[in-house]
Design a protein around this ligand. Structure first.
Ligand code: C2E
Ligand code: CA
Ligand code: CA
Length: 682
């Protein structure tokens, strides 16, 4: 049994309605119909379901267009066919634009059935499409709801790296910070359950201050349009990473100080040793023990002990470089690992000694406890690592032995395990102490070496410094000037020498036999660098009332290398005040002639190395001749130093040299031993 076609007729003429039904039945359609003729009737009828509405165009007080509007308002989909007897096609077309499905002219009723069937067919197709569309929308909606409800952060990127999909989790988290991963920590190939190869990546990104860690799984797949896409599932693993970090810290860091513990120290030491051995440079291990820490704990309590330990840990850290390790390995025991120290044992020993002394000093500063302050000292044992490989344990044992020696010797000090290294720093430290004491006790003296003309007559002297040590005897400048420069003691020592020299000139000025003599004093870089240098020298000259042109200041080329402009300024001021400058050790430096010309010089001294080999090496003879020629053309006085033989002097004279200094004419001697009989103005 076929179901009758439900047809709603909007028609005021019963006859026309019958004509319509007849036309349909004639076409073999089984029709169940209802006829309405006004708005009220139509509205009531539209509460039922109809397969098709056939409406007359003109109705009394109502029109086909009105009927169409009502139909579309109640059910947008029902096929609507307009029947027209009077109006032209234009009006019908306008009706179709307004939503009618088709129209049939009343005088062509035979077209009605086919038109209706076509309209029904179209409606069915539309309905089917709509159903599919709804299904798709529903499927899409379900997918979004599902993905958005998921704790996973999901996104899809196209081949150009543009994100084409991101779920809610993605939008809320990675989305706004997307594509700015700061670091990729690990990356592995993983195979998904589908058998697809994917990449598992851990990334850090920092949208704000705190790092956020992501675990991402990326996998390629092909999209609906055959497009290659990259899917990504991400999870925020920050909490996991933080717990890992906490666990790591607990395992490797000392809780009280936050410094590496013994375990991490051994690890770092192992690495440091390997690296130093490989690079052929020194490293050092320092074992630091707080002296009488037990007593502090007993008297002030453990809380106070903790404060002291924390503070000393901090103080030790401030004494070393960023790359060095400070560890706490026991109650009051610290370890410092110094890496990459250098290749020269002497320098290394001295550097480490200085660092150790810095630590001893820092620890000796008072500690503020609750109400009181407390003072304490430390002992340090030091072992070096270099080319031969020991185990870290062996090295710690060595540092511990050295530490034991410090303790037996009375604590508050440091010692090296290696006796040769120890000897070096001890020597240096003793020498430094000698220099300080020498300054305080007036152990320094100036000796004077004659400078003569070609006739052998005395024109001046060079002042050379000596340290008359009460026990060690006379010490020569080569053994202490470098250290005096490194420690800065040279500044005070230099002022002392200048002061002594000026007094000597003042003394000689009283006597006509010596009034013409010049006096040369050596300067070192640190002295010239001193801001007070110029005013102090000028004050000295004024105070002693000497003729400033009698005082020659000797400097070396290397001294001129730093801050050349400032140095030239200072020299110029002194020159304008009448003092003179001599360029010492000339020929050994690298100065260009143009640069020399800018210096306000009075004299150059041919270095004694050229004079020594003058007769043996052709090169040296050439250099000496060149210096003499240059001196002449620049209007500089040239003096040869280190002249030891008559042959050397004769060669120099032959080549135009007129002034000499050297053992041939006299060694540096105390002032009372100078022979002042045969003097002449230079
Ligand atoms: P210098 O300025 O080149 O001094 C010349 C050095 O050569 C002196 O050594 C002198 O004793 C030595 N000498 C002189 N004639 C001869 C010779 O014929 N043959 C040999 N072989 N040597 C000779 P000295 O006194 O040991 O001084 C060494 C260096 O110490 C000086 O080299 C100078 O650079 C530095 N010095 C000495 N006194 C002072 C000072 O007061 N201040 C500063 N900053 N440095 C000084
Ligand atoms: Ca000199
Ligand atoms: Ca010299």
């Amino acid at each position: 049994m076929t179901v009758a076609l439900r047809v709603l007729l909007v028609e005021d003429y019963e006859d026309d309605a019958l004509l319509i039904l007849r036309a349909l039945r004639r076409a073999g359609l089984d029709v169940a119909s209802l006829r309405v003729q006004d708005a009220a009737g139509l509205t009531a009828a539209l509460s039922h379901t109809w397969d098709v509405v056939i409406s007359d165009f003109s109705l009394p007080g109502f029109s086909g267009m009105d009927a169409l509007t009502l139909c579309r308002a109640s059910d947008g989909q029902v096929p609507f066919i307009l029947l027209s007897g009077t109006v032209g096609e234009e009006t019908a077309v306008a009706a179709m634009k307004a939503g009618a499905n088709d129209y049939v002219m009343k005088d062509n009723m035979a077209r009605l059935a086919p038109t209706l069937l076509r309209a029904l067919q179209e409606a069915a197709t539309r309905a089917e499409l709509r159903r599919t569309e709804l299904k798709l929308i529903e499927s899409e909606r379900r997918f979004h709801a599902f993905m958005d409800a998921s704790p996973i952060i999901a996104s899809i990127r196209d081949g150009n790296g543009h994100t084409v999909y991101g779920n809610r989790g993605w939008n809320d988290t990675v989305g706004h910070a997307a594509d700015i991963p700061v670091a990729r920590t690990t990356s592995d190939q993983v195979v998904l359950a589908t058998g697809m190869a994917a990449e598992s990546i851990e990334e850090i990104n920092r949208p704000g201050a705190a790092p956020t860690y992501w675990k991402n799984i990326r996998f390629p797949f092909v999209g609906a349009a055959g497009q290659r896409l990259i899917g990504e599932f991400s999870t925020d693993i920050t909490t996991l990473k933080q717990s890992e970090e906490t666990i790591r810290k607990l395992a490797y860091l000392d809780v009280l100080t936050g410094l590496p513990n013994r375990r991490l120290m051994i690890d770092r030491l192992t690495h440091a040793m390997a690296s130093c051995v490989r690079r052929g440079i020194y490293g050092a291990l320092m074992l630091i023990n707080l002296d009488n820490f037990k007593v502090l704990n007993e008297v002030h309590g453990h809380a106070a002990g903790d404060i002291v330990v924390q503070q000393s840990g901090r103080r030790i850290s401030e004494c070393v470089r960023e790359q060095d390790t400070v560890a706490r390995i026991g109650g009051d025991e610290f370890v410092v690992i110094l890496e990459g120290l250098g290749k020269l044992a002497v320098d290394v020993a001295i550097d480490v000694d200085a660092i150790g002394r810095g630590i001893l000093q820092a620890i000796a500063e008072p500690y503020l406890l609750d109400v009181t302050s407390h003072k304490l000292t430390a002992s340090i044992g030091i072992a070096f690592f270099h080319d031969q490989q020991h185990s870290p344990e062996e090295l710690i044992k060595r540092a511990d032995l050295a530490l034991g020696n410090v303790k037996t010797a009375g604590r508050n000090n440091q010692l090296f395990f290696d006796p040769a290294m120890q000897a070096r720093v001890t020597l240096r430290n003793t020498l430094e102490a000698d220099l300080r004491e020498g300054l305080a006790q007036n152990w320094f003296a100036l000796h004077y070496q004659p400078q003569v003309d070609s006739e052998g007559r005395l024109t001046g002297v060079e002042a050379l410094m000596r340290l008359a040590h009460p026990v060690k005897g006379l010490m020569m400048p080569n053994s202490f000037i470098t250290l005096a420069e490194e420690t800065g003691l040279i500044v005070d020592l230099g002022y002392w020498a200048l002061d002594t020299a000026c007094r000597q000139l003042q003394d000689w000025a009283q006597n006509s036999a010596t009034a013409q003599l010049t006096l040369s004093v050596n300067l070192s870089a640190r002295q010239l660098g001193d801001d007070d240098f110029v005013p102090r020298v000028l004050a000295l000259v004024a105070a002693t009332g000497i003729d400033p042109s009698r005082l020659l200041l000797e400097l070396t080329e290397s001294l001129l290398l730093d801050e050349i402009e400032l140095t030239i300024d200072k020299m110029t001021i002194l020159c304008e005040a009448g003092l003179r400058f001599s360029l010492d050790d000339f020929g050994t430096g690298y100065s260009s002639l143009s640069y020399l010309k800018r210096l306000p010089l009075h004299e150059v001294k041919i270095d004694r190395s050229f004079v020594r080999d003058l007769l043996g090496h052709v090169n040296d003879a050439v250099i000496v001749r060149a210096i003499l020629a240059m001196g002449q053309s620049f209007g500089l006085s040239v003096i040869a130093e280190g002249v030891e033989t008559i042959a050397q002097r004769d060669f120099l004279i032959e080549n135009g040299c007129r002034r000499f200094q050297g053992y041939l004419f006299g060694r540096p001697v105390p002032v009372e031993m100078l022979e002042l009989g045969n003097t002449v103005a230079a």
